[in-house]
Design a protein around this ligand. Sequence first.
Ligand code: PPE
Length: 315
Amino acid sequence: MSEIRAKKIWRNGELIDWEQATVHVMAHALHYGSSWFEGIRCYKTARGSEVFRLPEHVNRLFDSCKIYRANIPFSKQEIIEAILQTIDANNLEQCYIRPLVFRGAGAIGVNPLPAPIESYIIVWEWGSYLGEDAMENGVDLCVSSWHRAAPNTFPSMAKAGGNYLNSALIKMEATLDGFAEGIALDSEGFVSEGSGENIFLVRGGRLYTSSLNSAILPGITRDSVITLARDAGYEVVEQKIPREMLYLADEVFVTGTAAEITPVRSIDRIVIGEGKRGPVTAVIQRRFFDYVEGKVDDRYGWMTPVRTKKLTIDD
Ligand code: PPE
């Protein structure tokens, strides 16, 4: 396990030392999974450090909390400012950002409403998610024996800590069986998503991705890929995807803030297409990385600059 550490963590409005960011064992979230979080990336670009789709991630955090009747005691703008401040305080040119809101200690029992809301922002350097050579050569996936939660059980549009027990079952099964990741089906048996990524397939020059009614997290990378792919002239279809369509695809790739755009070379040991990164995946990858690394204009207004250190007279 690589060491994950930074200097400062933002907690309820102030920056504290990394070591001080501890939680009481009676925190509601520890007992009942009542937490909500985001994963955001800050990239080093030619224009300086910039955060990718920051307002969209903050909106999704507030959406996740709204579903669970948790009121964040800060405005969206305050959370945005706090994220930029935390990156700056840690002096990181690029990093992964984890805003985390949870029900803390102060009430006993399942009812979360009396438990206080705690808000944190954590940043650290996080490299490749699905293995070092994954971006070039692709990864091997399996279809998980675990399904995503049925509608009316756990809302998948909330990025809630509790949902990740399902993700953990998928991920453990996949990795212990020698796969990089598992793809879960929804409760009807259609393709949903990976433990921490959305999924796309390419067939006949067209892109397909599971629709929101397949228990997916509405991924912000997924949304960005849909836009960039249409930009590149590809048709993108959001629909219910039968499992076998994965095996018959010309190309498959997964998307997520941590995973970015990772090609898939096999699923359940069935070779996908040529068994390596396909040409459409390569185009999407290039357009994505050119965008986040600031090699092209920010035509969609997706990048938020991190305030850099103020220059002093001596500089
Ligand atoms: N589905 C799930 C279940 C999921 O966790 C993620 C992100 C996505 C789809 C893609 O969403 P987006 O990041 O908005 O494109 N998973 C986050 C957590 C990963 C982790 O291991 O922790 C992430 O990529 O940051």
